[in-house]
Design a binder for this molecule. Structure first.
Ligand SMILES: NC(=O)C1=CN([C@@H]2O[C@H](COP(=O)(O)OP(=O)(O)OC[C@H]3O[C@@H](n4cnc5c(N)ncnc54)[C@H](O)[C@@H]3O)[C@@H](O)[C@H]2O)C=CC1
Ligand SMILES: O=C(O)[C@@H]1CCC=N1
Length: 278
């Protein structure tokens, strides 16, 4: 039952805000049960309080005893210090949820009290409008009931996929970072529309509607991407000409490289930070 849970965010940045926005919109978690804090930016905390009606407190005033789910939402490099700080403040019933890229459940478990429940999550910023593709992987000690509640919480932000943790790097490459590739793509569409005399705003909306429609087709129809492409291509037509240019300029390879490089970076972050322990 989410309505009785108290959820605290350590870190009040872009990802925390997107998640809070998604949660608030469902009404499943009362705003007064969401607490947000960060290391230094009081203006940011004020903004979160005004915009979402959540509690916003300085770090040293976080009421740890009230928290059910503690969400780590700072940058990965802050994990070490944060985990060592919260270790002595948490009890065994509280669940630590991390959205930090590259931070493994074992990394967290090794730095928290033995048996502490930990869940690793990878959302994306579309949580803001409840359209995230979010992954979750359970740590060694995560209990079924808490895992179910956390899944329900993440469903406030979009679709949730429970995955093996060894898939988290590639998931991050596809879905955590993924919105940025599509924004980049749409930015290029907007630019070329503008160069060709189209109104900026109009070109942006047209590109977005096209991406949105294509994504919806994949979600709602049975056809594969290849079949859907086939439905668009006319022999010697415009799409064939467009795809020819895309292939000539290694469009497919560019996307594969983007996903792979992001996944590789996620793995590197784990390795760099794990190195701190030895
Ligand atoms: N932005 C995104 O699209 C996604 C981000 N993430 C993960 O979310 C985390 C946060 O990313 P963003 O929100 O984009 O960063 P951000 O820079 O917008 O926000 C970071 C926040 O953490 C606070 N902070 C820094 N150190 C802290 C500490 N020791 N204790 C408490 N608060 C601290 C900062 O004051 C700031 O409010 C990262 O670890 C990232 O890997 C995961 C999925 C998607
Ligand atoms: O760029 C990053 O590292 C974070 C993780 C996924 C999206 N943003």
């Amino acid at each position: 039952m989410l309505k009785h849970k108290t959820i605290a965010f350590l870190g009040a940045g872009n990802m925390a805000e997107a998640m809070i926005s998604g949660m608030i919109q469902t009404g499943k978690v009362p705003a007064k049960q969401i607490i947000v804090t960060n290391r230094c930016n009081q203006n940011r905390l004020n903004l979160m309080k005004e915009k979402y009606g959540v509690k916003a407190v300085p770090m040293n005033e976080l009421p740890y005893e009230e928290i059910d789910f503690l969400i780590l939402a700072m940058k990965p490099k802050g994990a070490e210090e944060t985990l060592s700080t919260v270790k002595s403040l948490l009890n065994s019933k509280q669940v630590v949820i991390s959205v930090l890229a590259g931070i493994t459940t074992s990394y967290m478990e090794e730095r928290l009290n033995p048996g502490q429940e930990v869940i690793r999550v990878m959302p994306n910023t579309s949580s803001m409008i409840q359209e995230s593709a979010t992954a979750m992987s359970l740590g060694t000690y995560a209990k079924d009931q808490n895992a179910e509640d956390v899944k329900e919480l993440l469903e406030c932000m979009g679709k949730v996929y429970v995955i093996e943790e060894d898939q988290m790097d590639i998931f991050t490459g596809i879905a955590g970072s993924g919105p940025a590739y599509f924004y980049y793509l749409m930015e290029q569409m907007e630019k070329i529309g503008k160069v060709s005399g189209m109104d900026n705003e109009m070109a942006r909306k047209i590109a977005a509607q096209t991406v949105y429609g294509a994504a919806k087709m994949i979600m709602e129809k049975e056809e594969t991407p290849a079949e859907l492409i086939d439905n668009i291509v006319s022999p010697n037509g415009t799409t064939a000409a467009g795809l020819e240019a895309l292939k000539k300029h290694n469009g497919g390879e560019a996307i594969s490289q983007a996903v792979n490089n992001a996944a590789k970076r996620s793995k590197e972050i784990s390795e760099e930070l794990e190195g701190v322990l030895v």
